[in-house]
Design a protein. Sequence first.
Length: 226
Amino acid sequence: MKHLLPHLPYITSALEPHIDARTMKLHHGKHHASYVKALNLVMLSAPPALQDKSASWLLSHLNEVPENIRTEVRNSAGGHVNHSMLWKVMTPSGGVGALSIPLAKAIKHNFDSVEKFQDEFDEAGRTLFGNGWVWLIKSSDNNEKLEIMTTTGHDNPLSRGYVPLLLNDVWEHAYYLKYENQRSNYFRNWWPIVNWEEVSRRFDHSADPAEYHAEMIEKGNLEMFG
């Protein structure tokens, strides 16, 4: 498989004033592109049986990746998958109005309210030491247990058997040009561009992520599945 840099689903200035166009150009065209390039390069050394696997599959089956390239695959595939998902869970027309009833109920059950969930999510991201990601995750079995998780580097909850529903990037390249060291402001200003329709779709298909994966393949957009 030739791993490809996905197109942004909006123009680079579309998320302003929350995320500026210069940050989006560098984040997508330089940082994300570098992870795709690195993944394609390291996969040249992978066994033939792994070379047609998606980046998401590789992250879910890291124990099947040879040890001598496992760390590099985890880092580059994670950088690719995480960013592919990030572009999808943001939209110029974001806001909680697109939150589905089932997901809203699950968030209320686990966090009491959407507002409290947002506060806990922000706190987890704000206090994460160094670079990484903050996530809303769900276990892969059919239940409504939701959790907030942080990961360092480009680790992805897929590698731990969880289904990622929402994420935000806590690497400095995601926010420093606009917000400098004010990470709290970055998180607070990010919520109006969250694509709750996409997050709701992920929740609806979380009991059978393979079904959602197949849907993305049919649309010809495999890597955007995340």
